[in-house]
Design a protein around this ligand. Structure first.
Ligand code: C2E
Ligand code: CA
Ligand code: CA
Length: 765
């Protein structure tokens, strides 16, 4: 019996040493405390080992000392451990200092036992047929026990409080230690009371040491983990379902129940319900697509499904399914997408998105030919100005809706800019007659325009080929350019882009890039067309520009003047022409040729230079008499800012220039206007007076203009006189001056001078 316990105690000591060693080595926060505690158990057990294994009184004595003093050490370690282990629960106070003092006193008084014999003494008994020294407790031992029980009781109390004050899931780690302590306490008490020679409660020390070791260093509250996990999953915003290996649902969280629609639904029904909603699990696991849409339109709900498998020992032990409802996210994305791609006001596609859609449509249908249509509202600014922007907005909305209604599902359309729209339509869907008809009565009714307002809408059309690789923006540019093919803007509403436009465009670009060079190298030069008086005598000439192009040859002004009028380069041409005219006049002055030259002034010139100052400067530079340089302006000059332009003309006249109104009758002017115009000469162009069938009418008009000019003291000049008959008739009507092919075509300056000389010679002969 003694031997068996000796072995057991020895094993316990080794176990405690190992625990001490491991605890000391771990990095865990409780490591040192536990190590001390483990080590503290060793002396009492060792003491007991000495007592039971020896037959010598001295060794037993040493064993007793080890046992008792070791017990003080255990108490110290227990206090130390308890404080750390229960830290954070209860009040967490430090143990009072006197406890440590008591322990020291106790150790001292025990150590003094050999002197006073007051603590214990040994009695010899026989155990297992051998000498055994059992201690008999005396007063000092009583003190020792009272103190130990006191401390022990306090420790138990701390553990009880800890259990009470922590959440239930934590309490188990305190409870186990508490129960072990109580068990050990009872066991130890039993030994003390029973006076059995062998202190079997030392086994409890070992067990206690190992329990402390495990619980304070390695124990993880699994229940805590379970609860935390299930709490987490229950509260999670996704719907979670768990299935056993056979596929039956064994658990669903709150949102899981909510997803399948019914809190009271039985678990057994969930599997079927999910199948009905999302299909077989294989369909979203294997197909790779885990997105599901349920319902459609505004009620559509979007889900992402995720299935995970729990594998245990290489066998499927169950699966769980997570269903995330991302409807809001999808709706937000859709909304953002919509905002980015749609015009706020009309709800049509924005230009960029329209281009993208057209590109996609064309790419998806490479064999289809399309029309790219540029929809342009004419004079929209005027509409805005007359009726206000509210009406303008209504008009834009009206047009947008009209497009929506009148195109088929195969078309893409959008708003390109303020008052322009774009449509892409398969050629087969395009019905020009239908559209022409609709556009010829395009009227908007609104509170702001009670009787309706006719909006003039033009469509520029560009036709694509099946192998067209141009940018969509280029296609629209071309459709836009097509609009320039519309001649009669009230009767034609649709125009097509063709090669002619393209070439014109290239031409425009080419000549515009060459203007400066052409001027400096005299490719641009004046031709002169004679102007005759009633008797047929040449009195002057009109300077008309010609371009003698090194590659293209002779260019008539019709082919470049309109281009330069559009892009403003006309001012360079005109300044050059004015200078040339001055040069000629200056030469003539020296040669005593008494003729005037009329120069043309484009309405655009007024935007770019101070025309009056410019021309006055030239005349001074060449020391000319201003009346020799006649100024031809057209009535369109008066269209903008009439008051100021009148002042300019007055200024010309005051400075001695003669101002001519060119192309009278071609535009908006009325006879009535003549009386207010500060001009000296009116040029009436025969070509504006109609065809031969209306000869009589034309004559009447010309006659009246001439009569009126006479009354107003204005000189009349008819241009475009081609026949002798015309000349005679006009002469009889009282016209003062004549210009036209009947006399001569415009010709180079030297030719003109020869021509003039010859005529003059004839006259003098
Ligand atoms: P315009 O100022 O009305 O010039 C008269 C045009 O009528 C000239 O055409 C002339 O050649 C043409 N013409 C003269 N007599 C007859 C005739 O009997 N029958 C017909 N059918 N035509 C006749 P051109 O030279 O081709 O000039 C065309 C227009 O180009 C001019 O019309 C003028 O508006 C513009 N233009 C010509 N040179 C200049 C210039 O230096 N500066 C500006 N700004 N415009 C110019
Ligand atoms: Ca002219
Ligand atoms: Ca003219």
């Amino acid at each position: 019996m003694r031997n068996i316990f000796s072995v057991i105690f020895a094993v316990l000591i080794i176990a405690l040493m190992i625990c001490t060693y491991i605890a000391r080595r771990t990095q865990k926060p409780m490591g040192r405390t536990v190590a001390l505690f483990e080590a503290a158990f060793i002396p009492p057990v060792l003491g007991n080992l000495l007592i039971i294994s020896s037959v010598s009184r001295t060794v037993s004595f040493i064993g007793c000392y080890l046992f008792f003093l070791g017990f003080d050490l255990v108490m110290f370690a227990l206090i130390n451990f308890t404080m750390k282990y229960c830290k954070g629960v209860g009040k967490g106070q430090k143990p009072p200092k006197f406890i440590y003092a008591l322990l020291v006193i106790d150790a001292v008084q025990l150590l003094l036992n050999p002197l006073f014999g007051h603590a214990f003494k040994l009695e010899r008994i026989m155990v297992d047929g051998m000498d055994y020294y059992r201690f008999i407790p005396l007063i000092g031992q009583t003190f020792h026990r009272i103190m130990d029980y006191g401390i022990f009781g306090a420790v138990l109390l701390i553990f009880i409080l800890a259990i009470k004050n922590t959440p239930r899931i934590y309490s188990e780690k305190y409870l186990i230690i508490l129960l072990s302590l109580i068990g050990e306490g009872i066991w130890q008490t039993f030994y003390i009371m029973s006076r059995t020679p062998i202190d079997t409660s030392m086994l409890g020390f070992g067990v206690l040491g190992i329990l402390f070791f495990y619980f304070s260093l390695y124990y993880r509250p699994m229940k805590l983990l379970d609860r935390m996990l299930s709490g987490l999953v229950s509260e999670i915003s996704d719907a979670v379902f768990m299935f056993d290996a056979s596929g039956s649902c064994i658990w669903a969280n709150k949102n899981g129940y909510a997803l399948v629609g019914n809190d009271t639904l039985k678990l057994d029904d969930i599997t079927d319900k999910l199948k009905a909603m999302f299909g077989d699990s294989d369909s979203y696991v294997k197909s790779g697509s885990n997105q599901r849409v349920i319902g459609s339109g505004l009620d559509a709900r979007y889900y992402t499904l995720e299935e995970r498998r729990a594998i245990d020992n290489q066998k499927l032990s169950g699966t769980y399914l997570i269903v995330r409802d991302n409807t809001e996210e999808q709706q937000r994305l859709k909304r953002e997408m919509y905002d980015a791609t749609h015009d706020l006001m009309t709800g049509l596609y924005t230009r960029e998105y329209l281009y993208q859609r057209i590109y996609e449509t064309m790419s998806a249908n490479p064999d289809t030919e399309y029309y790219i249509i540029y929809v342009d509202v004419k004079n929209f600014k005027v509409v805005n100005e007359i009726f206000g922007t509210k009406f303008g907005d209504d008009a834009i909305m009206y047009i947008a809706n009209w497009i929506r209604k009148n195109v088929t599902a195969y078309c893409c359309y959008g708003r390109l800019a303020g008052d322009t729209f774009g449509v892409c339509m398969p050629k087969s869907q395009f019905n020009a007659e239908f559209l022409e008809d609709k556009l010829s009565h395009f009227t908007i009714k609104s509170e702001l325009a009670e009787y309706g307002y006719h909006l003039l809408i033009h469509l520029g059309v560009y036709a694509t080929d099946t192998d067209d690789t141009k940018d969509i923006s280029v296609m629209f540019d071309r459709a836009h350019l097509a609009l320039s093919n519309i001649r009669d803007e009230y009767n034609t509403h649709i125009a097509y882009y063709d090669n002619e436009i393209r070439e014109k465009l290239l031409w425009n670009q080419e000549i515009s890039s060459q203007v400066y060079n052409a001027i400096s190298t005299d490719q641009l030069r004046p031709y002169l067309q004679p102007i005759a008086d009633k008797s047929g005598r040449i009195v002057g000439a009109e300077a008309l520009v010609r371009w003698i192009h090194p590659d293209k040859g002779f260019l008539s002004p019709i082919s470049f003047i309109p281009v330069f009028e559009k892009n403003g380069m006309i001012v360079e041409v005109d300044k050059h022409m004015w200078r040339c005219a001055c040069e000629i006049l200056s030469r003539w002055q020296k040669e005593n040729i008494d003729l005037f030259i009329s120069v043309n002034i484009s309405p655009k010139d007024f935007y770019f230079v101070d025309v009056v100052a410019e021309i006055k400067k030239l005349v001074e530079e060449y020391s000319l008499e201003p009346s020799k340089l006649r100024i031809e302006i057209t009535e369109t000059v008066m269209m903008n800012d009439a008051e100021n332009r009148m002042k300019l003309l007055d200024e010309f006249r005051k400075s001695g220039f003669i101002v001519e109104m060119d192309d009278f009758g071609s535009g908006y002017s009325s006879l009535n206007m003549l009386k207010d115009m500060p001009v000296d000469v009116v040029k009436i162009d025969m070509k504006f007076l109609g065809k031969t069938s209306e000869k009589q009418k034309a004559r009447t008009i010309v006659k009246n203009i001439i009569n009126l000019t006479k009354e107003l003291g204005i000189i009349s000049l008819t241009e475009g006189v081609e026949t002798q008959e015309q000349y005679e008739v006009l002469e009889q009507m009282g016209c003062n001056l004549f210009q036209g092919y009947y006399f001569a075509k415009p010709m180079p300056v030297s030719d003109f001078e020869d021509f003039y000389d010859k005529l003059a010679d004839n006259r003098t002969k």
